[in-house]
Write a protein that binds this ligand. Structure first.
Ligand code: ADP
Ligand code: MG
Length: 274
């Protein structure tokens, strides 16, 4: 398999969209798996109480297990909850348990409530002899404190957009939130990547939506589009990415291509030149 260029330092991408079911988790898992296979060291932080990314990566996230919840609320070091995925030896995961559902409220009264993930992640990266090349944070479908923690911990936002009628609705709210975070909490944050997902090439509507997104975000939108494919939706129930589940499928191919685009852009881009 092709080896991709590695970034000069850790790239932290938060995968966000306040809509549910647009492909956030699917994209986090499959991009992470593709990059790990191509030689990168990758961490996925599951920040959704549903724990779907943890499930898809085959890591234990039963409620009695310590998770990102304890990291956020009780200052547990990240190292104590990281698990190696069953997907790949270079792919690790910080699991989410159902306790995380309460964190949104518990965080409100804590000191530096917006910075807690950032501090835990930065502290962990500093202890690593060879830090991760990529960290993907899988956000819940809301713009609450968990998502704010992800925005503060990240340098880049990746927005998956489903090619359907209401795709752009709510996007302006997401963008103004990113702007607010950049202004007040994390000056390094930028929208680096938009990934079109669940594309059905048979419909005119999907083509129109894809074009509209490209018109709005010409530099951020990846050339690669993820097609709607049954193989993509089947893979998580086997605790696998679509790449291990069916390497030759169209979903696997498109996620590997999208990962290659992300890797190549990161090798040549910085905030100043963007
Ligand atoms: P989110 O994390 O944004 O809520 P998911 O990644 O969980 O969205 O995707 C929502 C549902 O759509 C899941 O059942 C997933 O398996 C399915 N899905 C995601 N991407 C695709 C795709 N390209 N083709 C078919 N089904 C998909
Ligand atoms: Mg999800």
């Amino acid at each position: 398999e092709a080896v991709l260029p590695l970034p000069p330092s850790t790239r932290v991408l938060t995968i966000s969209n306040q809509k549910g079911g647009v492909g956030k988790t699917t994209s986090a898992v499959n991009l992470a798996a593709a990059l790990a296979r191509a030689g990168a060291r990758v961490l996925v932080i599951d920040l959704d109480p549903q724990g779907n990314a943890s499930t898809a990566l085959g890591v234990d996230h039963r409620s009695e297990r310590q998770s990102v919840y304890e990291v956020l609320v009780s200052d547990l070091p990240l190292a104590e909850v990281i698990q190696t995925s069953s997907e790949h030896e270079r792919l690790d995961c910080v699991p989410a348990t159902i306790h995380l559902a309460g964190a949104e409220i518990e965080l409100v009264s804590l000191v530096a409530r917006e910075q807690r993930l950032r501090r835990a992640l930065d502290a962990h990266l500093e202890t690593m002899e060879r830090p991760y090349d990529y960290v993907f944070i899988d956000c819940p479908p809301s713009l609450g404190l968990l998502t704010i923690n992800a925005f503060v911990a990240a340098r880049e936002v990746l927005i998956p957009i489903q090619c359907e009628y209401y795709a752009l609705e709510g996007l302006s709210q997401l963008l103004s939130n990113i702007e607010l975070i950049e202004k007040h909490l994390n000056p390094e944050l930028r929208l680096s990547t938009i990934l079109l997902t669940m594309y059905d090439s048979r419909t005119n509507l999907a083509q129109q939506v894809a074009q509209e997104v490209r018109d709005h975000f010409p530099t951020q939108t990846l050339d690669t589009i993820i097609p709607r494919s049954v193989r993509v939706s089947e893979a998580p129930s086997y605790g696998q990415s679509v790449i291990s589940y069916d390497f030759a499928s169209s979903g696997s191919l498109s996620y590997r291509e999208a990962a290659a685009e992300i890797a190549r852009r990161g090798a040549s881009e910085s905030k100043e030149t963007n």
